[in-house]
Write a protein that binds this ligand. Sequence first.
Ligand code: 0X9
Ligand code: ZN
Length: 428
Amino acid sequence: MRSFILILVTLAVSSFAQDEENLASLEGMQAWKLFCDTPEKLRLVKRFEEIPGFDMIQTGDGSIDVFVVAQNVEPFRDLLEQNNVRYEVFIENVKEKVLEEHVSQQVERATRKLLHKDSPSDDMTFTYYLNFDEVDLYLERIAARYSSVANLVNLGRSYEGRQMKGLKIAKAGPKKVAIFIDAGIHAREWIAPATALSILAQLVVNKTNEYLLEHVDWYIVPVLNPDGYQFTHSHLMNRLWRKTRSPTDIASCRGVDANRNFGTHWMGPGASSNPCRETYAGPNAFSEVETRNLRDFILAQNGTIKLYLTLHSYGQYILYPWGYTTELPENEPELRALAEACAKAIATVRGTKYTYGTSANHLYLASGGSDDWAMDQGGADLSYTIELPGGSHGFLLPASQIRPVAAETFEAIKVIHSHVKARYVSGL
Ligand code: 0X9
Ligand code: ZN
C-alpha cells in the first residue's frame, strides 16, 4: 500500500510541470509480464490501469503485460513483491529496443531502396515496417500495376490532412457481397498494417488466390489512423503512441482512442472520459474525422459489406461482438464457429495458438469499438477483431515476423472467404 501511495505522489508531482505534450518517456521504461493467480492479485494490478505511467495489455496466455515508466519501476516492484505477484521483465530497456528497431528499419529500408531503385518490388512491404507515405506509395503502385482488379478508394482526410486510402479488390462484373478489412486504428500496432498490406498483395498479386475474388469483393484500408501511425514513425520517443492526434481540452494530452469513438454504446464500460488516458473516447461519438470517414464509407456501400474485420495487436485473439456488454449477440454460434475455424487454420502453418470469444467475455469490456459499430449499425452480419501476435516483443515485434504472421493470418482470410461465399452467394 505504501508503494501505491508513493507512486501516486510521484505522479502528482511530475504531472505539474507539464505545459507541453505529455508523452510517457521511454527512458528507463521497462515491460513486465505479470502473473496474477488470485482474484485479489488481479484486482490489485488492475488498479494501476487508470494511472498514467502504466500501460497494461492483457495477453493470450492469461498474464498481463505492463509498460512501466522509469519512476514507477522501483515502487511497483516493491508492491508486487510485497503482494507475492510473480512477474518477469520481458523488455529490460524499452528505449534501447526501440532504438534497435529503428536502426534495423533504416538499414532494411536503405537496402531495399538500393536493390529496387528502378522497379520497386511487389513484396517490398514485408522486410520492414513502412511509414505512412510508403504505404500510400505502395497502394498507388499496386493500383496502377494491377488496375484490372485493384482500385484505389479514398475514405477522406485525417485530422492532419492525410488521405485515408485503401484498395477495392474486385473482378469486373456485377456488385458482389464484400469483406472489409482495416488495420492501424491503434498507431503503435505496426504488425497490423503490415499484415493488411500482405493480405492485399496475396489477393492481387498471387494468381493462385484468384479464386478468392470470384464471388466476393474486398476492401482493404491498411492505416485507419494515419496521423497516429506517422507519429509513431516520426520519432523514436513516439513509438508507443496509440490514439489519434487531435487536440483535446487538455493541452498536454492529445488524441482520442479511435476504437472507443464509434457510436455504439459510446462512453459505455471500458471507455474513459479523461483525455490523458489511452482509452479516451473523445468529447462525443464520432468526434474524430477518421472514425466518421470509416462510418461514412461503410454506410455508402449500402449493406454489401457482410463481414468486417479489423486488425490489431497484440494477444493472439479472435474477438467478436459485443465489446460493450457481456451479453451475447443473436448470431453468436455462427460468429464462434467461424472464429474457431480461423484459429484452426492459423495453427496449421506453424502452430500459433489463437483463442476466441466475444470481446467483453474473452478480453475486457470496451465500448465504442469499430467492430461493435460495424455489426450494430454498419450493416455487417459478421464482425471480428484479430489481435495479432506480439511474441515476446509486444508492439516491438521484429519485422522478420511480418512474413510468418501474414502467412498464417492469410489462412484465416481464406476460411473467412469460404464462409462468406457459402452464406451469401446463392446458386453455388
Ligand atoms: O481495446 C481495444 O481497443 C482492442 N485491444 S487493443 O489491445 N488492440 O487495444 C480490443 C477491442 C475489442 N473490441 C471491442 N471491445 N469492441
Ligand atoms: Zn489495438
